[in-house]
Design a protein around this ligand. Structure first.
Ligand code: FE2
Ligand code: FE2
Length: 310
């Protein structure tokens, strides 16, 4: 899935990013609440992420349930990652309150948007829990996961954040924008998230340039090693979530799968979660281009491991 792209440095500016952020600035009420409700008669996730059709032992109704459970894990996963992005961005901005006023304002807008996204994902999660009919399990708690990630080198954490933000761009543009038949509110969630994350990808890139400044090859490779460690940690979380999704499906469908069905579910659905949250970010052309500008060896290493997550 690796894509080649020019490694010419993009000309992102704090002033332009701030202006784009002010233009996008939507309200929660524009997306969910009032008469804007989730429709449980429709799928929430595109098949490229949900991969329910591969599970031939499920009935059409069970496939729909599993698709919506994947929508639930998407809401929870983003709620979870935004929990460590927010303090990380605030800490980064805190050290740079003097100098460029546009930089200060752009980073504070970034943090405010992530706080709004946390609120948005929670709101959708409550809406899901009200309408789905059975309780669903999700990994956590978010504070413990955030703490484990934030204990790493800030450059490694910033790379994880860049991966996540480019991933949201790809999720909407490649898999959701032109997909017919998805629930309108869920589609609107991904669209509005995409609109604001577009600015975050640029600010992340600028943040990475600042954090990488003055580092030699060995230090950059060490930071990439920590990025991959965080990826491994998240992958273990995704495996656990796949087990939870199996439980979530069985309780909502009211039947137990056989041993063979459970094994097939675990293999195929773990890979579906891997592509949704890891592979689709690791292979994003702009993420790889940023790695290459730091050092071609970093890009090469990520390209070597990415197929496992696709
Ligand atoms: Fe966000
Ligand atoms: Fe973001």
């Amino acid at each position: 899935m690796a894509v080649t792209q020019s490694t010419t440095k993009p000309s992102y500016s704090f002033q332009e990013t701030l202006a784009a952020s002010q233009k996008a600035n939507w309200r929660l009420e524009d997306i969910i609440g009032g008469d804007k409700r989730l429709s449980f008669a429709q799928p929430f996730m595109p098949e490229s992420f949900a991969r329910v059709e591969e599970l031939s032992f499920l009935t059409p109704a069970e496939k729909m349930k599993l698709n919506q459970i994947r929508g639930f894990d998407y809401l929870c996963a983003f709620g979870l990652v935004e929990e460590f992005i927010l303090p990380f961005v605030l800490d980064h901005a805190r050290h740079q309150l003097q100098g460029d006023d546009y930089r200060v304002r752009a980073f504070l807008a970034f943090a405010a948007e992530e706080a709004k996204h946390i609120h948005l994902f929670k709101h959708f999660r409550t809406e899901f829990e009200t309408g789905f009919g059975t309780e669903c399990l999700f990994i956590g708690p978010p504070e413990a996961i955030a703490g484990a990630i934030l204990a790493h080198d800030p450059l490694a954490v910033a790379l994880v954040i860049l991966h996540i933000e480019w991933m949201t761009q790809r999720h909407y543009l490649d898999s959701v924008k032109d997909e017919r038949g998805l629930d309108a509110q869920f589609k609107s969630l991904l669209k509005h998230h995409w609109m604001e994350e577009a600015q975050h990808t640029k600010l992340d890139t600028l943040m990475i340039e600042a954090l990488a400044e003055g580092r030699g090859e060995a230090e950059l490779e060490k930071a990439l090693g920590e990025y991959l460690e965080i990826g491994g940690f998240l992958d273990e979380g995704l495996r656990q979530q796949t087990e939870f999704n199996l439980e979530n499906l069985q309780s909502s469908a009211g039947r137990k799968l056989s041993g063979d069905e459970r094994a097939e579910f675990m293999t195929k659905q773990h890979q579906a979660l891997r592509w949704t949250f890891l592979g689709s970010g690791m292979t994003h052309a702009n993420f790889l281009a940023t790695l290459e500008r730091l050092s071609p060896a970093l890009r090469k290493r990520v390209e070597q491991v990415a197929p496992v997550f696709c």
